[in-house]
Design a binder for this molecule. Structure first.
Ligand code: GTP
Ligand code: ZN
Length: 373
């Protein structure tokens, strides 16, 4: 049972919204994954940090990542199990509010890898000390929307912007790509904008928001993180825990409580994430383009040179920027390529499992014939 005191868990995003989630799992103790390792997860409970072996994760075969909420089932009590947790029977993965998934497609397989779970705010970090890459901003925004989180756009290094981006009104230019996303300009030098970022986290509906940063190397993510935390993450995030053998180890948690509320997620796998396959996110970022399709004269318009094509018309009269149209088409091509590889991988794995079933049938037949059954 969750006692009335949730202790340290409140620092790790446990809010009324999360309490509601656990109401469907009576008898399970709340825990949040603060770090995923090969053989185990480090989780935070109301009584402190502990380890959960991967083998205890249910439902069987479920993926689990930093940010996940788990329902721990103890033979005795949480307190009693503390330390080496022999009393932990299973750790159930609760439904997620959002998830960042890397969809990879190799020549002969297609799999998806869960990178992080239950992120509320994804800050797409764009540095102003170099030329803006609208395509890249769009791809990161698509990834953010597609995860189920709310994107924010943070323009960093405002103090270095002048020389490079000239007199353009960079913010309004970016807002055009960002379609309805909150844009915040920061400068680590002067500490500008940090309070605004903090405010976004604290104002998140329901409280206890989890924030993460996405952006290219050198964009200023670590600098922002340090400013938000007010100390080096390495110092703040490091903990000493007893492992299963009672040995002390030092690991960095990937979830770090923020002063003033909210939780920062900093996992190496998420930092450079970009979209590969994200139909929903594409609709959010390129919704205006997809709306045009409905205005074409022919329902099966390819938007090339058909008469009455609304896309060509919008391009001609400048309502649609040709760069955005190209960016949209490029993303569609990548998604189609991925879908095709998935189909191939799927049919290969189906024929593989059919082959396996036949081989095991033959083996049993053989044994029956040898009189072993
Ligand atoms: N002038 C100026 N420099 C900044 C600002 N923010 C970051 N920098 C500098 O930019 C460089 C890169 O910043 P980081 O915070 O390490 O970038 P990052 O996004 O964490 O990079 P990765 O760790 O590679 O993902 C560092 O030298 C920072 O000191 C800023 O607002 N103004
Ligand atoms: Zn058309």
């Amino acid at each position: 049972m969750i006692s009335s005191s949730i202790g340290e868990l409140s620092l790790y995003g446990f809010s009324d919204r999360i309490a509601e989630l656990y109401r469907d799992y009576p008898g399970l103790e709340a825990a949040r994954v603060v770090r995923a390792d090969r053989s185990h997860f480090q989780v935070m409970t109301r009584a402190g940090a502990m380890f959960v072996p991967r083998a205890l994760i249910t439902p069987e075969g479920a993926q689990c990542a930093t940010g996940d909420w788990l329902g721990l089932d103890f033979e005795g009590s949480l307190e009693g199990a503390f330390g080496a947790n022999p009393g932990l029977l299973q750790a159930r993965v609760l439904p997620r509010f959002s998830q960042l998934i890397r969809k990879v497609a190799f020549a002969n397989s297609s799999e998806s890898q869960l990178l992080a779970a239950n992120i509320d705010l994804i800050a797409v970090v764009v540095p102003l000390d170099r030329t803006l890459s609208p395509g890249r901003i769009e791809r990161m925004l698509v990834a953010a929307w597609d995860s189920g989180a709310t994107p924010l756009l943070i323009l960093t290094k405002a103090d270095l912007a002048d020389g490079i981006n000239g007199n353009h009104d960079v913010v309004s230019q970016v807002m055009e790509y960002a379609a309805g996303v909150r844009v915040i300009t920061t400068s680590a030098e002067a500490g500008d904008g940090i309070e605004e970022v903090r405010q976004q986290v604290q104002d998140y509906p329901g409280g206890g928001a989890t924030l993460t940063f996405l952006g290219p190397s050198g964009a200023g993510k670590s600098t922002l993180i340090n400013a938000l935390i007010g100390a080096k993450v390495q110092d703040t995030g490091e903990v000493r825990e007893g492992d299963f053998k009672g040995k002390h180890t030092t690991t960095a948690r990937e979830l770090v409580p923020l002063p003033g509320g909210g939780v920062l997620m900093d996992t190496p796998g998420v930092r450079g994430f970009e979209v590969v396959d994200a139909a929903e996110g594409v609709a959010k970022v390129f919704g205006d383009i997809e709306e045009l399709f409905g205005l074409c004269r022919f329902a099966d318009c390819q938007h090339l040179r058909e008469p009455g094509c609304a896309v060509q018309e919008a391009l001609e009269n400048g309502l649609l920027e040709s760069r955005r149209w190209q960016s949209y088409q490029k993303m569609q091509r990548e998604m189609a390529r991925l879908a095709q590889r998935k189909d191939i991988a799927q049919s290969r794995s189906e024929s593989r499992s059919a082959g396996r079933a036949y081989r095991s049938y033959k083996k049993i037949r053989g044994r029956v014939e040898e009189g072993k059954f």
